[in-house]
Design a protein around this ligand. Structure first.
Ligand code: IMP
Ligand code: MG
Length: 177
């Protein structure tokens, strides 16, 4: 099978949308310190670019969960692989994720983090595929782009661990050779 990647949002489009999100978040968190938690590995490119566009004080932490095998469909199993380094108690926390698909990962994560008593807990995702949602109650406060049910790569998103480093968001397709 041959893989093709077609550009969905080019580098400039992604950059300008992230700048808009950064401006909005900066306004919403006036007077506060924002604790950004990146969901590894996919969220890392987005987190870096977004953090640079935020003008209130920012602190960063990272966690890693796995919900997928190596294919393109969800296993439904969420496992914490790397936990946070710091406590989130009494902090204004923003989770930064690459994409919300079934919602399983985020539903699990939001509940787990809420139990640690943050002052506030919000969710920012670069991409959202609402048509794919199987879990209720995942509130997305900040979203880069709402996309249809397509498998996308680049800007942190992988197919079988590859393509994360593409500077744009693309749709991957597979042709018979
Ligand atoms: P969920 O638990 O089904 O919402 O899955 C979320 C995770 O699945 C994301 O953080 C991604 O790692 C992965 N994922 C879902 N859709 C895509 C996609 O289109 N491309 C790459 N990864 C995806
Ligand atoms: Mg991910």
């Amino acid at each position: 099978m041959k893989e093709h990647v077609r550009v969905m949002y080019d580098e400039a489009q992604v950059a300008s949308r992230i700048a808009e999100l950064g401006a909005q978040i900066s306004e919403d968190y006036q007077g506060k310190t924002l604790h950004m938690i990146c969901v590894l590995k996919g969220g890392v490119f987005f987190q870096c670019e977004l953090a640079k566009r935020i003008t209130v004080p920012v602190t960063l932490d990272f966690l890693s969960v796995s919900s997928y095998g190596s294919g393109t469909s969800s296993s439904g199993v969420v496992k914490v692989i790397k936990d946070l380094d710091e406590s989130i108690e009494d902090r204004d926390v923003l989770i930064v994720e690459d994409i919300i698909d079934s919602g399983r990962t985020l539903s699990y994560l939001m509940k787990a983090l809420q139990n640690r008593n943050p002052r506030s807990l919000r969710l920012c995702t670069l991409l959202d595929k609402p048509d794919r949602r199987v879990v209720e109650g995942v509130d997305v406060q900040y979203c880069g782009f709402v996309i249809p049910d397509r498998f996308v790569v680049g800007y942190g998103l992988d197919y079988d661990q590859r393509y994360r480093n593409l500077p744009y968001i693309g749709e991957i397709s597979f042709d018979e050779e």
